[in-house]
Design a protein around this ligand. Structure first.
Ligand SMILES: C[S@@+](CC[C@H](N)C(=O)[O-])C[C@H]1O[C@@H](n2cnc3c(N)ncnc32)[C@H](O)[C@@H]1O
Length: 340
């Protein structure tokens, strides 16, 4: 996801440290609702500053920076929005990433508490994070985040012969719906908490495959998982839990898989012997430190060892096409032997 960074000189240190500037500029542009305000027309700085209600000087420097990274287009006497921004950052677009942008913005202030969280070894105060409003917004954010990766994954992961799929911790069901679209005889179930399932139902109603999606409300760590499935899709859940919790969940999954059934795990994995690469995987562990009691990121080898212990003895790594899918495009598959 990010370019390898290696800090061996003070210049490189400074560069790494100051890389907060561009995100902070993007944050201000979103905070000012600049992309929506600009609609699809040309603006001079005096016109736009009046509309956004900011200083001309501030806006001119902001717009110059946004244009320098391609989010705006510089004109003879002003700016207009770029194709990219129009597609992903304007709320009138069907590709708008709205709730995901909100989630990223929220993280800005939450990450400011990192030192306290490191001191305590405990996540941020979870009260707000557990309200139905937060969970709903988070679930929409997951949809906005995975709209494209879900299409990529469903195109590349062959589910031929599978009749049933469980999207465990499937949130908005974006992946389940993408699998259904590509596999016309498949039936899928999404298991998650009730608020997340409300979002999944809304999305399923808008999908031509939505009638083949069913719902299981519950906590899969504490409660039984019902049904019998040929495939279990476990995407972006592994990192929420500790190794012991994941092992417990894998053992539960084993019991609901049909003979020869597959558990497919999508996450961000460490894949060098020292556990230092890729950087994104380590950065994401910090997100888990901030937001979860036990979460972390793990190596491919660790996860395959847990699969083995859970009885999913045939494991392999599936590589998606470069630049597609979520994270670095690696999935881990654990398969139950045909003899059960
Ligand atoms: C990070 S989101 C991932 C959503 C989706 N799988 C994806 O890849 O976009 C994690 C989801 O798992 C759900 N989840 C986590 N632990 C759960 C549990 N114990 N029981 C039910 N759902 C859970 C959360 O509610 C959330 O919707």
């Amino acid at each position: 996801m990010n370019a390898p960074i290696s800090i061996r000189s003070f210049n490189q240190f400074r560069e790494a440290f100051y890389s907060f500037r561009l995100p902070r500029i993007l944050f201000s542009a979103l905070e000012l609702d600049l992309f929506n305000t600009m609609e699809d027309r040309d603006w001079t700085i005096p016109q736009l500053s009046k509309r956004v209600r900011v200083s001309q000087r501030g806006l001119a420097i902001l717009c110059r920076n946004l244009a320098s990274v391609g989010l705006l287009v510089k004109l003879q006497s002003g700016y207009r929005i770029s194709h990219f921004s129009k597609r992903y950052l304007q709320e009138t677009s069907s590709d708008f990433r709205g709730e995901y942008l909100t989630l990223m913005q929220r993280q800005w202030s939450e990450w400011s508490h990192l030192t306290e969280v490191i001191r305590a070894g405990q996540p941020l105060d979870g009260q707000e994070l557990e309200t139905p409003e937060y969970r709903r917004s988070f679930t929409w954010a997951m949809h906005h985040r995975s709209m494209q990766p879900a299409k990529d994954v469903a195109q590349q992961v062959a589910l031929k012969g599978a009749r049933s799929l469980l999207d465990l911790g499937g949130g908005p069901g974006t992946y389940a719906l993408a699998f259904l679209k590509h596999n016309p005889t498949l039936h899928a179930t999404v298991m998650d908490r009730p608020v997340a399932l409300d979002v999944a139902r809304t999305l399923a109603q808008q999908s031509s495959s939505g009638a083949r999606l069913t719902y299981q409300a519950g906590d899969f760590l504490k409660e039984p998982i019902s049904g019998n499935y040929d495939v279990v899709w476990y995407s972006n859940v592994l990192h929420i839990y500790s190794p012991a919790e994941n092992l417990k969940i894998f053992k539960k999954i084993r019991r609901i898989l049909s003979p020869g059934g597959r558990l497919l795990i999508q996450d961000t994995f460490l894949h060098d012997p020292k556990g230092l690469r890729p950087l994104e995987t380590n950065l994401f562990a910090v997100t888990m430190l901030l937001y979860t009691d036990q979460g972390n990121t793990y190596s491919l080898q660790d996860v395959r060892a847990w699969l083995q212990r859970a009885g999913l003895t045939h494991s392999r790594v599936i590589h998606l096409k470069k630049g597609t899918g979520d994270w670095e495009g690696q999935l881990i598959e654990g398969r139950l032997p045909r003899s059960g």
